[in-house]
Design a protein around this ligand. Sequence first.
Ligand code: URA
Length: 232
Amino acid sequence: MRLDKYLAHANLGTRKEVKALIRQSRIKVNGCVVKKEDLKINEAEDIILFNDQRIIYQKYVYYMLNKPQGVVSATTDRKDKTVLDCFDIPLRDDVFPIGRLDKDTEGLLLISNDGALAHRLLSLRYHVDKKYYVQCANEVTEEMLSKLEQVIELKDEIYQPGRAERISSKEIYLTIQEGKYHQVKRMLHHVGNEVVYLKRVAFGPLKLDARLKAGEWRSLSEDEIKELGGQL
Ligand code: URA
């Protein structure tokens, strides 16, 4: 990998900023000051120092974002802000959101560059629970709750049973394992109600950190990464 890319990935700054650090002789590779920003390094073996401190390089990064309304779950978009625009640090260029939330849905979204983990978390085979807090336009009847816990067959789609828990007359938690397009909204519509506000509160073993306001993010802890099956 190029030295400047490595330094940017290690969160030392943007590509432009890390090039400046190299020019200022603040970077050493295996004990020698380097001046070449495109020097090829071996990230597994070479010892890279910044101001004589060893840089710890993480191959994989894992962030929890409390997605706000109004941003799209994509890495780029021609007209809308994306979930990556919520980050106030220079992100590596290989990160992406694991799964999607609608533009008007809030809540827990994982951002990572671990493709194998994304595959496991999104594959139906692995039965990963996604729990949503749902506010409905109308009272949620017992019959609606029971229908949400049965297979739902639409003309163009079939949904496996969810788990529905009442919070109040118009609020429920709905847990599903699939992540099909507009699934929660369409399930509620099918049982005779409408979603007015939707927020994902848990994804597999991870719960949305209540300290994160909409639009805020944090790195996952080592325990959280292990629990999810990510790589340290
Ligand atoms: N179901 C929906 O309808 N929308 C989401 O954003 C997530 C699940």
